[in-house]
Design a protein around this ligand. Structure first.
Ligand code: IFM
Length: 430
């Protein structure tokens, strides 16, 4: 993969570096079924929203009906890849009863991408479960893995001819920590023991699904697929260089960022590394202790940086550090999510450009990054935070379902179309 940095003269005395990405690079955006489709009435989240009185996902972006025009927008923006998820609860609304209609829908969705020469990256599990699974204990139930494999087999057989990239599980660490430790997502448990069970169950589900997908492709005589998870990774940075802070930083990186990756590499169940990167965590331990090691952060606004509208630190330099730490695996890396929610769209473009610069730096140092998928194509339903956070390249008016292509999307589209990030540097040389 040839990665080069060219220098070109802007004014006589001003040089602006031009960052150039490989020709075959995948550029695009990501979405998840439940966050954009609307009307996912058979999912555990649907029921939970009603029960808790949280903002309802409702019609979301009506993407279930409007996917073709949304993909047309993505195409206009120069995207050549798109990550989406398939909603298990639509495919299997009742245990063991598979919906041919929903299956046909997703085949049509993938064909709509292919017709536009947009490479699909398909996620099988993105936080939601069918309500019937939740009723039988969700992932606590041993049978969940077999049920997931059953559903995955159904999907993969139908889509194998068109799909090369598969994500089995999105952000497993975020899923079990929010649902089983913090108790802020369904089923709202706060049990380390249960979280541990779910962690292992999701690992088992990934490893078995990885093997299943490869087996199906082999049997159908289709070129090998590329299968991974989308792992949420953070830049863990010690607030002060005390032993406590450095030790906790090391542990969190090993465990939160790399725990699953190490395990799947050991099981030879990873073809690339899917990275979802958003933010920094400034590690500052109050005292030694299990919980402190896992969760204490700086509360004093030391080393302040800009924040997104959810209060997450914006820290592009963390991306190159992280990518360099993945080099040892000798596997391709895909940025399966990176994005920001802000009310001022010019900050979105700064965020994207800053992260692309850092990604490029890591590529120059030999990290084989193959794609960058911005989160998200559209503003969407941000789980327990509802519709307020605006992550989209395309803005949503939820009352009218009107889409507005943001300025940041247009700027990003120039990179997607040319593979070049133009820098406006006003450095004087001499
Ligand atoms: O919206 C989520 C997505 O579902 C998973 N990754 C992080 C995004 C922003 O919080």
């Amino acid at each position: 993969m040839a990665v080069q940095v060219a220098l070109h003269e802007k004014k006589r005395e001003t040089w602006a570096p031009m960052i150039q990405f490989p020709k075959d690079f995948l550029w695009g955006a990501a979405t998840a079924a439940y966050q954009v489709e609307g009307g996912n009435i058979h999912a555990d989240w649907w029921r939970w929203e009603k029960k808790t009185g949280k903002e309802n996902s409702g019609l979301a972006c009506c993407h279930y009906d409007l996917y073709a025009s949304d993909f047309a927008l993505a195409k206009d923006l120069g995207h050549n890849a798109h990550r989406l998820s398939v909603e298990w609860s639509r495919i299997e609304p009742e245990e063991g009863k598979f919906s041919e209609e929903a299956l046909k829908h997703y085949v049509d969705v993938i064909l709509a991408l292919k017709a536009r020469r947009i490479e699909p990256v398909v996620t099988l599990h993105h936080f939601t479960n069918p309500a019937w699974l939740a009723d039988s204990g969700g992932w606590e139930n041993k049978k969940s893995v077999a049920a997931f494999l059953h559903y995955s087999e159904f999907m993969v057989r139908a889509l194998a001819a068109y799909v090369r990239y598969w994500i089995t599980v999105n952000e497993p660490t975020i899923y079990f920590s929010h649902a089983y430790i913090l108790g802020v997502w369904p089923p709202q448990e706060k049990s380390l023991w249960k979280a541990w069970t779910i962690k292992n169950r999701l690992a088992e589900a990934h490893i078995k699904t990885y093997r299943l997908i490869h087996k199906i492709y082999k049997k159908l005589n289709i070129p090998k697929p590329s299968v991974s998870i989308a792992q949420h990774m953070q830049a863990f940075v010690p607030c002060t260089p005390s032993i406590k802070n450095r030790f906790a930083t090391f542990l969190r990186h090993q465990w939160f960022n790399l725990g699953y990756i190490d395990m799947f590499v050991r099981h030879q169940a990873l073809d690339f590394i899917g990275v979802n990167y958003y933010s920094r965590q400034l590690v500052e331990l109050e005292k030694w202790g299990f919980r402190n090691l896992a969760a204490d952060v700086c509360k004093n606004n030391h080393h302040p940086v800009e924040k997104n509208s959810l209060g997450w630190d914006i820290y592009p330099e963390g991306l190159s550090d992280l990518l360099l730490k993945l080099k040892k695996y000798n596997l391709p890396v895909m940025i399966t999510e990176n994005g920001v929610c802000v009310s001022d769209d010019s900050r979105r473009w700064e965020y994207i450009a800053g992260h692309l610069r850092q990604m490029h730096q890591a590529m120059e140092q030999g990290v084989p990054v193959t794609g960058y998928l911005y989160w998200s194509l559209l503003d969407n339903f941000e789980w327990d935070k509802g519709f307020a956070p605006r992550f989209g390249l395309i803005g949503m008016d939820y009352k009218t379902q009107q889409r507005t292509v943001r300025e940041s999307a247009v700027k990003f589209s120039k990179v997607c179309k040319t593979g070049i990030l133009e820098e406006r540097s006003h450095q004087l040389l001499g």
